[in-house]
Ligand binder design. Structure first.
Ligand SMILES: *[C@@H]1O[C@H](CO)[C@@H](O)[C@H](O)[C@H]1NC(C)=O
Ligand SMILES: *[C@@H]1O[C@H](CO)[C@@H](O)[C@H](O)[C@H]1NC(C)=O
Ligand SMILES: *[C@@H]1O[C@H](CO)[C@@H](O)[C@H](O)[C@H]1NC(C)=O
Ligand SMILES: *[C@@H]1O[C@H](CO)[C@@H](O)[C@H](O)[C@H]1NC(C)=O
Ligand SMILES: *[C@@H]1O[C@H](CO)[C@@H](O)[C@H](O)[C@H]1NC(C)=O
Ligand SMILES: *[C@@H]1O[C@H](CO)[C@@H](O)[C@H](O)[C@H]1NC(C)=O
Ligand SMILES: *[C@@H]1O[C@H](CO)[C@@H](O)[C@H](O)[C@H]1NC(C)=O
Ligand SMILES: *[C@@H]1O[C@H](CO)[C@@H](O)[C@H](O)[C@H]1NC(C)=O
Length: 452
């Protein structure tokens, strides 16, 4: 009896001594930690505000390819949002994979996140597993998980491991023998892969118009280089450059409109958006300016535009729900098809959409203009371009009654807007949509360089 347990103790010790492999994840930040429980019930006294509970975040990681929810114990935090913060930016929870020693090679990992209002996790707010594909021993990543409600959970993580990557089964180096000089001194012709987006242009040192190949064919776009990464600008509106008519038919929106530039009117085309976003994961940043003032910077994850067959449907998850593309669970551009005046395919029907509907209480019929994924009906970055008035981007009633067109709009507030409709009666005079692949946590949220 005694002998056996000594034997087991020895085994366990030797396993620990041999096992120098580690895999760990640092959960740096979590957004929207509070919220409604998965069963729809509020989790605290202030539940009617979507807030109000001390939540626990628990996490487990697996780098061995085993099912993380069954094989790894969750590491828990103390209650994390005691001040009802919308974002915990210094969470810094470190989670270890106890089974890292069983990993033959490092080929990515699974991360299980469980947010609940009690430590025993009976009252669950969010619960999901993500897989991160990587062979790099260290890295950073951010991920947004859409909950059943309108809220989403965004986490920012970093990982580190000493498990070696899979050995590449590369063909052995050919044995080189001295080649007799044939008279040619030309270097071997190499065909480098053409850049698909601005981040793949290796010698880019400053912002400007560049050629990319989203689908093999050259396309000119504006590349914005910042200290934290390079953006590929897929849409912009502004006062300079060609005066571009955005009131065009559905088939025109499938292709490029206007000219790329910092403050020009440009549309990358739905087909290009479909090809590019289908090739790798992109994040989307929307910048809204009134004059040189940055009014809002909105960030979305997993931006994708579907194929023509599905009406170029839009998917993404919002950094912050309740505004912008993710205006509400009923009025959302996420999931909507693209629409124009000659092809309205919105989920709500043309009569429900403010852009296309008579404003009956003000006695003004609005005219359709532009094209958008009209799911919330209040957003349209391809709307009519209004100049600002005395540095003010609000469209006054008398101007709207004269033009009867909604401007360049993206909801920055939640709830009802102008006259009870889902619109802010504003028109930004400079906006852009820009794709990026770097970690969104590095973005300077007050960087207004696009507006100046
Ligand atoms: C992982 O385990 C959970 C719970 O143990 C189970 O519900 C899930 O189906 C498993 N997933 C896979 C891919 O085996
Ligand atoms: C990058 O290098 C290529 C090939 O030398 C050149 O054609 C291109 O103009 C360069 N781009 C920039 C931004 O310098
Ligand atoms: C946009 O074009 C359509 C079709 O030509 C037209 O009916 C509509 O009035 C135009 N909208 C504006 C604001 O000019
Ligand atoms: C578009 O809709 C189809 C059909 O519902 C779906 O399979 C596809 O994933 C969607 N694509 C995008 C990019 O949302
Ligand atoms: C309207 O959009 C649908 C996709 O939602 C497409 O199949 C159809 O061809 C479009 N019609 C026109 C006239 O562009
Ligand atoms: C802009 O104009 C609107 C009405 O046209 C007014 O209500 C608002 O206060 C103005 N904003 C600023 C910052 O001047
Ligand atoms: C309304 O439109 C007319 C004609 O385009 C223009 O002369 C007038 O200044 C406009 N009024 C307002 C308030 O914008
Ligand atoms: C972020 O951008 C603002 C505005 O451009 C600038 O003042 C500030 O120094 C930047 N912050 C960092 C950390 O770079």
């Amino acid at each position: 009896m005694l002998k056996t347990s000594v034997f087991f103790a020895f085994l366990a010790l030797s396993a620990v001594a041999d096992d120098a492999s580690f895999f760990k994840v640092l959960i740096r930040e979590v957004d929207n930690p509070a919220g409604t429980l998965q069963n729809g019930q509020p989790c605290g006294d202030f539940g009617y505000l979507g807030l109000g509970c001390n939540v626990y975040l628990q996490a487990a990681v697996s780098a061995t390819g085993q099912n993380v929810s069954s094989s790894n114990t969750l590491t828990s935090t103390n209650p994390i949002n005691t001040q009802m913060e919308n974002r915990i930016s210094n969470l810094n929870l470190v989670v270890l994979d106890a089974n890292a020693g069983n990993a033959h090679s490092f080929n990515g990992f699974d991360l299980h996140i469980l947010i609940s209002s009690d430590q025993a996790a009976n009252s669950i707010i969010d619960d999901y597993v993500i897989h991160v594909d990587t062979t790099q021993s260290t890295g950073v990543y951010s991920y947004t998980h859409q909950r059943d409600s309108t809220l989403s959970t965004t986490i920012s993580i970093a990982w580190s491991t000493n498990i070696s990557p899979p050995s590449t089964t590369s063909t052995p180096e050919p044995t080189t023998t001295e080649v007799p000089f044939t008279g040619s001194t030309l270097p071997p012709t190499t065909t480098p892969k053409p850049p698909m987006d601005c981040s793949e242009i290796s010698n880019l040192t400053s912002s400007g118009v560049q050629t990319i190949y989203p689908n093999g064919s050259p396309v000119q776009v504006y590349c914005d280089t910042t200290s934290y990464g390079t953006y590929t600008v897929i849409q912009s509106r502004g006062a300079t450059g060609e005066n571009v008519n955005f009131n065009i038919t559905y088939d025109k929106y499938t292709d490029i409109i206007g000219t790329p530039g910092k403050e020009t009117n440009f549309w990358f085309g739905l087909d290009n958006m479909n090809h590019l976003s289908g090739a790798k994961p992109y994040r989307l940043q929307i910048d809204l300016c009134c004059g040189t003032l940055l009014v809002a910077k909105q960030i979305y994850h997993s931006f994708k535009v579907g194929t023509a067959e599905y009406g170029y449907n839009l998917t993404a998850t919002a950094d912050i729900s309740g505004i912008g593309l993710a205006y509400s669970s009923t009025y959302t551009d996420l999931g909507a098809k693209f629409s124009t005046f000659d092809n309205f395919t919105g989920p709500l029907g043309k009569d429900d959409c403010d852009e296309f509907q008579y404003f009956d209480d003000s006695g003004v019929q609005s005219q359709p203009y532009g094209g958008w994924w009209y799911g919330s009906c209040g957003n349209n970055l391809n709307g009519f371009w209004y100049p600002k008035r005395n540095g003010n981007c609000t469209v006054p009633d008398e101007v709207f009654k004269n033009t009867t067109m909604l401007g360049i709009n993206m909801r920055t507030t939640s709830g009802q807007g102008y006259g009870g409709y889902n619109v802010d009666m504003v028109s930004y005079d400079r906006v852009r949509m820009a794709l990026f692949t770097f970690d969104s946590i590095t973005i300077n949220r007050t960087d207004s360089s696009f507006c100046s």
